[in-house]
Write a protein that binds this ligand. Structure first.
Ligand SMILES: *[C@@H]1O[C@H](CO)[C@@H](O)[C@H](O)[C@H]1NC(C)=O
Ligand SMILES: *[C@@H]1O[C@H](CO)[C@@H](O)[C@H](O)[C@H]1NC(C)=O
Ligand SMILES: *[C@@H]1O[C@H](CO)[C@@H](O)[C@H](O)[C@H]1NC(C)=O
Ligand SMILES: *[C@@H]1O[C@H](CO)[C@@H](O)[C@H](O)[C@H]1NC(C)=O
Ligand SMILES: *[C@@H]1O[C@H](CO)[C@@H](O)[C@H](O)[C@H]1NC(C)=O
Length: 205
């Protein structure tokens, strides 16, 4: 009995530590040397059934309702690792009694033909871990350096390999947010332009 209680308690602690917390909502804005991209927001746009990409939206200053669902994202994290989490978009559909909602985490979809991975929200068990720095710029952490022989691990690097590119996902062609794999070579997709992605919270609570 005691054993079972202790087990139940530790299981509770374990799930408690892993329980997902969700940040306040925020919108995402691009930083770029290119004025056609700089200051523009990203919006969750349809790329298939319950699949959304991060599409180039209008200038943030031209969007009065940055709280609209397709401009609003969250950061999910655990209490033990508050700066390591997932970018989340909450899909809302239907109306009245047929309405539904599904929380989707961002993942990076990579076709074997390219080094340019498309940021997509869809139901997945393998979301991409990412973080935001003190300037609220989104980045991905790595400890690997395979540009030397033997490859090294142990030095942490914050990578900001975000690009806006014309992407083609199953026939959906849009200007979308992508991640370029590697640090030595640039994107092979000629339309890609380097950007940073900054979050701005829409509520102060
Ligand atoms: C700036 O971005 C726009 C939109 O993606 C693109 O059409 C244009 O070629 C870019 N300009 C430069 C100088 O790269
Ligand atoms: C919605 O569900 C409620 C409770 O089941 C029911 O009373 C109501 O008639 C439903 N409305 C519609 C439009 O189907
Ligand atoms: C994000 O966290 C919220 C709050 O715990 C949860 O309801 C939601 O399902 C989570 N989303 C994902 C994709 O894990
Ligand atoms: C970490 O970086 C330092 C300085 O560049 C280097 O001397 C060291 O070998 C690296 N260690 C690992 C484990 O990557
Ligand atoms: C993005 O931000 C990082 C960290 O501040 C910086 O090193 C990098 O040059 C920026 N990239 C672009 C495209 O502005």
């Amino acid at each position: 009995m005691q054993l079972i209680t202790a087990f139940a308690a530790s299981a509770l602690l374990f799930t408690g530590a892993l329980a997902q917390k969700q940040s306040k909502p925020f919108y995402l804005e691009l930083k770029s040397d290119n004025s056609s991209l700089n200051g523009h927001v990203l919006d969750a746009g349809h790329e298939g059934a319950a699949i959304e990409g991060l599409l180039l939206g209008p200038k943030a200053s031209a969007v009065p309702k940055k709280t609209a669902n397709y401009y609003t994202f969250n950061f999910n994290y655990t209490r033990s690792l508050p700066n390591d989490g997932q970018l989340v978009w909450n899909l809302e559909g239907g109306s009245g009694n047929d309405s539904f909602s599904e929380s989707e985490a961002m993942t990076l979809y990579l076709d074997p033909s390219t080094n340019v991975a498309l940021a997509l929200f869809y139901p997945t068990n393998e979301p991409q871990s990412l973080s935001f720095d003190h300037d609220n710029n989104m980045y991905i952490q790595s400890y690997l350096n395979d540009r030397v022989n033997p490859p090294q691990s142990g030095n942490r690097t914050n990578l900001y390999n975000w690009y806006m590119c014309e992407s083609n996902y199953e026939g959906y062609i849009y200007n979308t947010l992508n991640w370029v794999y590697g640090t030595k070579y640039g994107p092979q997709n000629p339309s890609c332009q380097a950007v940073n992605v900054t979050r701005t919270f829409t509520k102060s609570s």
